[in-house]
Structures are given as structure tokens and as C-alpha cells.
Design a protein around this ligand. Structure first.
Ligand code: PLP
Length: 395
């Protein structure tokens, strides 16, 4: 049967991602596809390492890092000096966590007087609650909000939980097991009205939906290369609101955080005035090159266009699943749904393996398959995925 012509955006960009020829890839929410641009960047990094040696640092690599900060800043409407480069969300949270000094007088101004409570939800990526559980000894008290339907957490739950003892609301922009787009502006307003700070994990958001940290009014926003930014592992970006930076004194730190790191002064530690104060040490430079390749593509296409195309593919996939008699667990309102389609099945790992044998790559989380088409996928791939699921599930 002749294949329909792919959407122009998809048709234009598919050849940039050679991995799409090897499988039906529906797993961007775990790991975005590798682009030719990122491969070229990493090749350039290797050439520079070979020909410059250590001087590549001063002559080239610090500049590449500055590019990465600027690109990410543009994507979320921030300023480059508000962006720190870190290896993972876990490390970024550790650095911020170490700045809050729950049980010491060093607390940032925003958290005076003592506010031990951290509000998170049960649908946040577990790294978020783990961070504050691990800081129980330091005085952090976790408040875990429940979800009534495993899709979302009502805004009223935040409103009821946030109060005078709340120091921080730490939650997610797009939820990793439902694709629900939380109203981070409303959550941040609730936090601020109570005198608390608001941190958002945007790993499943930046790249695939528009992000405006100024309009949302959040204090900290973290995202990284792995998924929708098409930049691969080893790099995350952390935005810290300009006015907050001087109030935070992380104890998880190192020489990159020093105001003048190349002074190598062991007697005096003056912290950088910009977000570099949250960077403990040498980054994975290859990852910076890969991330710049991915973000260049996102910028060139434009996040609005990516959002429109991905939403179209989501709606198409949901329609095809339903037509096949399957029942995805998704947000009712498409405007609050982005990129991730959950499909409850009996034995998710077995279905994932069965699909892999058929050349279809997806993922699962407890109790459900996780499907995530991106702008480079086609409607024909959506159908191949649905047919594959039906075949595997029916044995
Ligand atoms: C929402 C979210 N946060 C964080 C992470 C990963 O965190 P880290 O960079 O610490 O591995 C993921 C997925 O890997 C995620 O989906």
C-alpha cells in the first residue's frame, strides 16, 4: 500500500536522524534521537582534543559552554548568566538542596524564618522526593501530594498543602508517567504567596513545549539533553532566578563555583555572582557539543511548531489506539497533554520486548506502556506501533 506523504516538518527533518531508519522509534521521553548535527559536534570535539590538547579548554571549550548556556536561556526566556551546567538532575537538586540549609542560620533570605517543609507530588520523578528524604537528617520534611487518577495532581491539593511552614515547592512541568502539563505559573504563585520558593523539573518539557520561566515566575527550572532537547546524556541546565542567586550558598561545590576560578586561591573562596556558583567542577565536554547540536535543531524548527506537530501525532496515536480497542490513560484536555501516552497493559516488560523483536522501540513504567512520538515520527509509524501492540498483546 502506498504510504501517505509525511507532514512537511517531519519530511524535512527525518534524514537528520539516522536512527529512524533502524527502528520505529517511539521513545523520545526516555532518550531523544541522535542527530547528524550532534554527531558532527562530537566529532569536532575529538578533533579539537587531538590538535589543541589542554589549550582547547581556554580557546574553544569554555566558548562552547557559553553557547550552550545562551541557547538554553533563549529556549526558556532566561538570561545566560542565570544558567548552570551540571551532569544530571540529581546533582542539580543536590546543589540546590545544599543551598537551603534547612536547620542552620545560613538559610537563604527567602526561607527565613525556618521553613522545613518541601511539597512534592507522587507523580514527580522519584529523584525529586528522594532528594528531600535524604535531607531529613538536615531538617527537611517531605510533604508528598497524592494523585487521584495517576494522571495529575489537582491545583487545590497544592493550595491546601502550601503554608507558612513550606520552604520549597519542588515539582515537575510535564509529568513523566502521564504527559500532564502542570500549571507551573499557578503553582509558583501559590508558593510565593506563602513565602516559599518554587523549583520545577522541566526534563519532560523543554524542547517539546514552550517554556517561559519569567512568565511562570519560577525560582529554579531544570532540564537537560537526554530527551526532548535531543542532546543525549551527561548534561543538564539549571536556571536560577537572577535575584535569588546571591542568596544561595551551596555547600556542594568546587572550583568552577569560584568567582575567579583561575586564581586557584586556596585561602579564600569567593563564589561567582552568576549561576556558575552552582557548578562544582569540570563538565562532560562531549555532552556539551551533543547538546548544542540538539538545541540548534530545536531553535531552528521553533518550539511552537514542534509542539503543534507533536500534539497532532499524540492525538493521532490516541485515536488509532482507541480504534484498535485499546484504552490509553491520558489527560482529558489535549491542551494539558504533551508527548507521553500511557497505555495500561498486563505485562508491560513482555510487551516492550515483543515490540523490540518487531523493530519497534518503546518503554514502560509500572503497569503501563509509555509511548512518545516526536516531530520526526509519522502517522504510519503510529499505526505500526498500534498494530505491533495488538499483535503482541493478543499473542
Ligand atoms: C522528569 C524527569 N526528571 C529527571 C529525570 C532524570 O534525572 P537525572 O538527570 O538525575 O538522571 C528523568 C528521566 O530520566 C525525568 O523523566
Amino acid at each position: 500500500m502506498p504510504q501517505p506523504t509525511p507532514h512537511p516538518l517531519t519530511a524535512r527533518w527525518r534524514s537528520e536522524f539516522p536512527g529512524l531508519e533502524r527502528s520505529v522509534y517511539m521513545n523520545t521521553c526516555s532518550l531523544g534521537q541522535l542527530s547528524r548535527r550532534s554527531m558532527d559536534g562530537m566529532q569536532r570535539f575529538q578533533e579539537q582534543w587531538l590538535s589543541y590538547g589542554a589549550s582547547a579548554w581556554y580557546e574553544l571549550w569554555l566558548g562552547e559552554m557559553a553557547d550552550a548556556r545562551a541557547r538554553f536561556a533563549r529556549l526558556i526566556n532566561a538570561q545566560p548568566h542565570e544558567i548552570a551546567i551540571l551532569p544530571s538532575v540529581g546533582v542539580a537538586l543536590s546543589v540546590i538542596g545544599s543551598s537551603l540549609h534547612f536547620s542552620s542560620p545560613l538559610r537563604p533570605f527567602a526561607l527565613q524564618p525556618a521553613r522545613p517543609e518541601v511539597v512534592v507530588t507522587e507523580l514527580d520523578f522519584p529523584t525529586i522526593p528522594y532528594q528531600w528524604m535524604a535531607r531529613g537528617e538536615e531538617g527537611a520534611e517531605l510533604r508528598l501530594l497524592a494523585s487521584p487518577d495517576r494522571v495529575q495532581v489537582p491545583l487545590e491539593s497544592f493550595a491546601q498543602a502550601i503554608g507558612p511552614r513550606t520552604g520549597l515547592v519542588a515539582t515537575t512541568h510535564v509529568l513523566f508517567t502521564s504527559g500532564w502539563v502542570q500549571d507551573i505559573a499557578a503553582i509558583s504563585a501559590l508558593a510565593h504567596a506563602a513565602g516559599a520558593l518554587c523549583l520545577v523539573d522541566g526534563y519532560q518539557a523543554a524542547g517539546q513545549i514552550p517554556v517561559d520561566v519569567v512568565a511562570a515566575g519560577v525560582d529554579v527550572y531544570i532540564s537537560g539533553g537526554l530527551k526532548w532537547l535531543l542532546g543525549g546524556p551527561g548534561i543538564v541546565f539549571m536556571y536560577v532566578r537572577e535575584e535569588l542567586i546571591p542568596q544561595l550558598h551551596p555547600t556542594t561545590t568546587g572550583w568552577f563555583a569560584a568567582k575567579d576560578m583561575f586564581k586557584f586561591n586556596p585561602e579564600r573562596f569567593e563564589m561567582a555572582e552568576d549561576a556558575r556558583r552552582f557548578e562544582p567542577g569540570t563538565p562532560a565536554v562531549a555532552a556539551v557539543y551533543a547538546a548544542n547540536g540538539g538545541m540548534a535543531i530545536i531553535e531552528e524548527i521553533g518550539v511552537q511548531a514542534i509542539r503543534a506537530r507533536t500534539a497532532e501525532l499524540d492525538v493521532d496515536l490516541i485515536r488509532r489506539l482507541r480504534a484498535a480497542g485499546l484504552e490509553p490513560r491520558i489527560p482529558a484536555d489535549p491542551a494539558r497533554h504533551a508527548g507521553i501516552v500511557m497505555l495500561p497493559v498486563e505485562n508491560p516488560p513482555a510487551v516492550v520486548t515483543g515490540l523490540k523483536e518487531r523493530g519497534i522501540i518503546i518503554d514502560y513504567r509500572p503497569g503501563a506502556l509509555r509511548l512518545s512520538p516526536y516531530f520526526y515520527n509519522t502517522e504510519a509509524e503510529n499505526q505500526a506501533l498500534v498494530d505491533g501492540i495488538v499483535e503482541v498483546v493478543n499473542g
